[in-house]
Structure formats: C-alpha cells, structure tokens
Design a binder for this molecule. Structure first.
Ligand code: SF4
Length: 210
C-alpha cells in the first residue's frame, strides 16, 4: 500500500508506456508545451467532462470521475464511467477514455484505461472485465478486455513509472517512429541531442586512441 501523500498521476503510466523520456520530461522536469495536438486533446476532454452525468435506461453515465488506487499508488480521473445495470439489479462499471487521434500500435492507451479499471475495482470492490477507448479521428470505440496480460503490464508500468519519477533522472532520447507523433518532440529534440551525443562519443574515441 502506498501512502495517499505519495501518489503519482495516473496519466504518467500512459506517458511512460509511450516513452520513458516523455514521462520524465513531463513528470520530473515539468516540461509541457501547448500545441495543436495537446490543445485538441484538452478541448476534447473538457467537452466530455462538461456534459455532466446522466441516465439512459439501464446505463448510468458519470463524467470526470475521480479515481485513486493505493495498491498502485496512482490518482487521476476517468473521462467517463458507464454503469450497466445487471439482471440482479447491481451496476457494472465500464470505463471509457477519449483520445484525440487514432488507435496506436503500442499498448499505452490500453494501459491507461486498465489503470482506471484497477482504481475502480479497488474503490467499488467489483471486478471490471472490460472498458473502451474512443478515438476522435476514427470516431469509433475500441473495446478493451482487461485480461491478465494487460493487468500485469499495467501493474508493472505503475511500478516502473514510480521508480523513474523517484529517480529524478531523465533518460536520453532515442529517435524512433513514435517521435513523429510525440506531443513534446519540440522540447525533447531527439535528433539534435542524439547527433550531439554521437559527435561527443566520436571525439572521445579519437582522443582515447591517440
Ligand atoms: S520525441 Fe521521441 S524520444 Fe523524445 S520524448 Fe517524444 S517519443 Fe520520447
């Protein structure tokens, strides 16, 4: 159990799963830049949260739900949690996270959603088998099963994210395809830093050889 005074942001798990350097730049160095991508994402989230709670037949909808897990040591919000009425009259929680773009090849969005489910399980005392990611570009929902593999990956991401933030160290950049869709590529400067590092190590090798 982690102390309530020592919780990290749930969104940091998504940043870590995407790129550990991005996570450290945002959560250790507090680097953040509003750009077109982040502005679109922010407006989308605000729009979802602003719509308020509602009931539609056998579905209740809670927007901007506060979440916390002392097991994982995280705190945050769910864009939306649906509660589906079951045959026995109980309500089954089903988290839905909104994303600006389209489904990604990696699991970072699924890890964020699963972390929300694990928070809800701890808070509500019920097993949550599935949720969904809604992507603004495709305007479609992607159902996500919280299977054992995803649960393990999420728990591991929470541990590694905490270790990274507590270390206070920012990993060096490694340029890859994901940098093209990174919201803080301008602040990270992966190509420039990587080039500088390779020039430095070349010069060091030259000096060592002489
Ligand atoms: S630009 Fe690339 S290396 Fe830098 S934070 Fe983003 S994904 Fe990571």
């Amino acid at each position: 159990m982690i102390s309530p005074d020592d919780l990290i942001q749930l969104s940091a798990l998504q940043h870590y799963a995407f790129c550990s350097r991005q996570c450290a730049l945002i959560h250790v160095e507090q680097v953040w830049a509003e750009n077109r991508l982040t502005a679109e994402g922010r407006i989308m989230h605000e729009h979802v949260h602003d719509e308020g709670n509602e009931s539609r037949g056998d579905v209740r909808i809670e927007r901007g739900a506060a979440l916390r897990s002392l097991e994982l040591g995280i705190i945050g919000k769910a864009d939306l949690v649906e509660y589906h009425r079951q045959l026995d009259g109980s309500w089954q929680a089903f988290p839905v996270e909104y994303k600006r773009g389209k489904p990604k090849p990696d699991h970072c969005d699924k890890i964020q959603l699963c972390a929300q489910a694990l928070c809800l399980e701890e808070m509500l005392g019920q097993r949550i088998p599935a949720g969904a990611l809604f992507y603004g570009k495709t305007r479609r929902r992607l159902d996500v099963d919280f299977d054992e593999t995803l649960r393990r990956a999420t728990i591991e991401a929470a541990q590694k994210t905490r270790e990274l933030i507590e270390s206070g160290q920012t990993p060096k950049p490694v340029y890859s395809k994901r940098c093209e869709s990174c919201s803080i590529v301008g602040e990270c400067m992966p190509r420039t830093i990587q080039k500088k590092r390779s020039v430095e190590s070349y010069l060091k090798r030259m000096l060592d050889d002489t």
